[in-house]
Design a protein around this ligand. Structure first.
Ligand code: ADP
Ligand code: ZN
Ligand code: ZN
Length: 839
């Protein structure tokens, strides 16, 4: 793999440079060097899209990553064929960021490019043919048949032809064999014709002819001319009412949307007549898909503790690039962000605020919109491609100097970031699992800020231990707020003992007496309740009570998950589904029962226990469509739901004043997770869910049901002893070599044949043993799920020493090892997936 570039390379002007390195969408981990033809030299810029020939017969679109004067050693550089953009689509800082990401996360720069560009900016291609420039009919040594001659003739008149053109010329359907033969005879080249996918939104507008608009007498004359023609007169009047050109002739230029001019039943044909008679003209106008909205309020006056925190953050920023804001739920972090964002925008720099996917609701966006109006762009995965391209272009044009978005917004074309805020920085969803690049948006954001010489603010009520460790080490600045804004208090916790209630026969439909009493009391006071059920590591399934049969996925080694609503069994790994059988497929018994307890079950139990309460459920099933999530939130906010049952989704940054009771249905399920982060995650999850309770004047109550209420973790959460918990966990992590004390790299070996997969994984381990760095290699072990989509998985975990060049050396050697393994015939179709900093 090529190494990181120094800064100068990116600042260098292209003049005098003869070569360009191009990022190409191919699975090869480097850029490719091409010659810059003298004619193109004056135009060439880093970040432009260009067309190049790749291999013998392929033409590809790529992006210029670097210009320089070093000819490649191993091959003769081919020339760049053409430049697609006058202005670069991507700026040098972005390319530098891509290079870093490919290197750090061990993937191909082409994969980063693919993730970075909204698909509307990626190029779709259609195959076309052209004459091979080296083809000379005089010296051609291959005989051509009639059809081939016909194609070449056509190419004399038209420089490029599509497959469809060729079909027409020859009057046959399958032209491919003929074209293939022409390629083999070196007479033509097949190339991918590049097409933009983005389509701007266009509306038809109408205006007066300029010479009429500029002259009052001319307008008068027009009026006289249409007298007695009521319809035309009405259109003219309407236009003058909406576009008062008498007062200001300049207004005519923008014109008026044709549809709105015809709104009140005026006929299109009258307008056509006016256009034909040279009164009006119609024209096309590109409009924004994302509508402008005005700011409607000033930022709030900060409380004195918010003020202190803001001051501290700014002081830290004088000496530290990154600051961690550890503020309890409801401490008013968002308002602090708002002040900081304003200051940075006022200084002329750009701001990016990252939010975890599901938290990006109208609630938070609305709050920010009130202050920042339309200078704020929103970048969301539920946006259409065209909308995303508009945000992208808006960042370039300066329309959006502030963007709030999900993890992929780190790829937007910022050129002068001053601040990046990562809200809820502990959120696991900042890590991209699949496909590559498997990046962590928080860590990548810190790197991006570094490239921009910008600052990063990480915010959370329950910081990740990695970040807190960096703060404790003095690498990050640390600012803490330990109480809520205003009169709101942190909630009060109650542990409800499931085993004890069971023994005393107090358990009803899996609810303890404590849980029922608290819910009832909230309902009596007309307050709202949130019930949380952890989703991880758990799914309901169907089992035969007679023989123990459970439905398994045909492609993966997992049980199928029961979906009551659709009456289906589904695989969460590959999407396979089947109808729930009427009787057991193994023994024929009709005694099939649902095992486990999901949100659906809880919802059912609660409606039996509280028949008068209005129930809502928020989980993957009820929020799958675009507006499901928002609709539930709106209903809950409007008080149309009394009890909201949900998974992880209900924990994210929601701020509802009437929620006074939060119930954690199965506290033990949060604790038991086979991962070194289990404790950290449990602490975060309970604290975040609890944080939804009592966010205004009424003190909130949190009920945790558990079979082990004495577990120490509950105590720590209840007392809010984050630091103590952190300290204790750090001792363990150090002892057992876990992050942040080591770097983790996970490598998964995959193949459809169990034996091949196993053999390849072992071969990898033998090779890795020789890499001369300080490391611990674990595995290979059968994956937690041994088979996914018919691929058998073996997992290796490598713990790397954090010092010096260890990581770089390891990654470099690993690259060579994988290349060598892949070249062995027996492992040709094995896939290796490398995940750096897995979570
Ligand atoms: P956090 O992001 O830390 O959970 P929020 O920023 O959501 O906290 O603040 C909690 C509540 O307090 C919100 O309803 C917010 O509008 C309100 N709030 C916070 N700071 C102020 C302030 N300075 N003036 C008025 N209201 C505030
Ligand atoms: Zn059975
Ligand atoms: Zn499956």
């Amino acid at each position: 793999m090529e190494s990181l570039f120094g800064d100068q390379d990116f600042l260098e002007k292209s003049s005098g440079n003869n070569f360009a390195d191009i990022v190409l969408p191919v699975p090869i981990p480097r850029m490719f060097t091409y010659k810059i033809p003298p004619l193109l030299k004056p135009q060439i810029q880093i970040g432009q899209r260009v067309i190049v020939q790749f291999g013998k017969k392929k033409v590809l679109t790529g992006i210029i990553g670097k210009v320089h004067n070093k000819p490649p050693q191993a091959y003769e550089a081919k020339p760049i064929l053409d430049i697609l953009d006058d202005q670069p689509s991507v700026n040098p800082l972005q390319i530098r960021f891509w290079v870093w990401m490919a290197e750090y996360y061990f993937c191909h720069i082409g994969e980063v490019m693919f993730a970075a560009l909204p698909s509307g900016l990626r190029l779709s291609s259609e195959s076309k043919i052209q004459l091979n420039p080296n083809f000379d009919p005089e010296t051609n040594k291959y005989p051509l048949d009639v059809r081939e001659e016909k194609i070449l003739e056509a190419l004399e008149n038209k420089p490029e032809l599509s497959y469809e053109d060729c079909e027409k010329i020859l009057g046959i359907k399958s032209v491919h064999p003929i074209l293939k033969s022409l390629v083999a005879k070196e007479a033509i080249l097949i190339f991918e014709k590049v097409q933009e996918k983005y389509t701007p939104k266009v509306e038809t507008r109408v205006r007066l002819l300029p010479e009429i608009a500029a002259d009052k007498n001319a307008i008068q004359a027009v009026f006289e001319a249409v007298q007695g023609k009521a319809k035309q007169e009405s259109i003219l009047l309407k236009f003058l009412r909406d576009v008062p050109v008498f007062q200001n002739p300049k207004l005519n230029e923008r014109g008026i949307d044709k549809a709105s001019l015809l709104e009140e039943g005026d006929s299109e044909s009258s307008l056509k007549t006016l256009i034909k008679n040279g009164v009006f003209e119609s024209f096309k106008h590109v409009v924004n898909r994302i509508e402008d909205e005005k700011a409607v309020r000033e930022a709030y006056e900060l409380s004195s503790s918010q003020q202190t925190a803001l001051g501290e953050i700014k002081t830290h920023f004088e000496t530290k690039q990154t600051v961690l804001l550890h503020g309890v739920t409801g401490s008013g972090k968002t308002e602090i962000y708002i002040k900081l964002i304003q200051e940075v925008l006022d200084s002329g720099s750009q701001v990016l605020m990252l939010l975890p996917e599901i938290a990006l609701t109208t609630q938070i966006v609305g709050r920010l919109r009130q202050v920042f109006g339309s200078q704020m762009g929103v970048y969301h995965s539920k946006y259409s491609d065209n909308e995303r391209v508009e945000v992208w272009n808006g960042v370039i044009s300066g329309r959006f100097s502030f963007v709030v978005g999900v993890r992929s917004s780190i790829f937007l074309p910022f050129d002068s970031l001053g601040l990046i805020i990562v809200d809820e920085e502990h959120e696991p969803s900042y890590k991209q699992f699949d496909p590559a690049p498997r990046f962590h948006a928080r860590d990548a954001a810190i790197m991006l800020a570094y490239f921009h010489q910008a600052r990063t603010l990480l915010g959370s009520a329950t910081p990740s231990f990695e970040s807190y460790y960096n703060a404790a080490q003095g690498k990050y600045g640390l600012t803490e707020i330990s109480h809520r804004f205003g009169d709101a208090h942190l909630p009060e916790y109650q542990l409800a003992d499931l085993s004890a209630d069971r023994k005393k026969n107090l358990l009803k439909l899996d609810s303890t007496r404590m849980m029922r009493e608290k819910i009832q009391a909230a309902l009596d006071r007309q307050e709202q309740v949130i019930i949380f059920q952890n989703r991880r590591g758990y799914s309901p399934y169907v089992q035969c009570e007679d023989c123990g049969w459970t439905g398994d996925c045909v492609q993966c080694d997992v049980s199928l998950t029961y979906h009551q609503f659709a009456e289906e069994l589904r695989c969460h790994y590959c999407g396979y589904k089947e109808k729930i059988p009427q009787s057991c497929p193994a023994c024929g018994s009709s005694q099939l029962s649902t095992q486990g307890m999901g949100t659906e079950r809880i919802e059912e139990s609660l409606s039996l226990l509280f028949p008068e309460a209005r129930m809502g459920r928020m989980d993957l099933d009820t929020t799958r469509n675009k507006y499901g999530y928002q609709r539930l939130l709106d209903e809950f906010g409007a008080g149309q739901i009394d009890i909201l049952v949900g998974t992880q989704m209900i924990t994210k940054g929601l701020d509802f004043g009437k929620v006074t009771v939060v119930g954690i249905w199965d506290g033990d399920r949060i604790l038991n997770f086979p991962d070194f982060r289990a404790g950290e995650r449990a602490y975060q999850q309970i604290t975040q869910v609890a944080g939804r309770a009592g966010r205004r004047d009424v003190k909130g109550q949190v009920v945790i049901q558990s079979r082990n209420p004495d577990n120490e973790l509950f105590e720590r959460v209840i007392r809010g002893e984050y630091y103590e918990f952190f300290r204790q966990e750090m001792i363990e992590r150090k002892k057992f070599y876990y992050p942040p004390y080591v770097k983790l790299v996970k490598i998964t070996t995959r193949h459809a044949d169990f034996k091949v997969s196993e053999k390849a994984a072992h071969a990898l381990h033998r090779e890795m043993a020789n890499i001369p760095v300080k490391k611990i290699v674990l595995g290979p072990e059968k994956g937690i799920i041994a088979r996914i989509k018919n691929q058998y998985q073996f997992e290796s975990m490598i713990k790397l020493d954090r010092s010096g060049d260890t990581q770089a050396t390891f990654k470099e050697s690993l690259g060579k090892i994988l290349e060598e393994l892949q070249s062995r015939p027996e492992f040709r179709s094995v896939r290796w997936v490398v995940d750096v900093d897995p979570s």
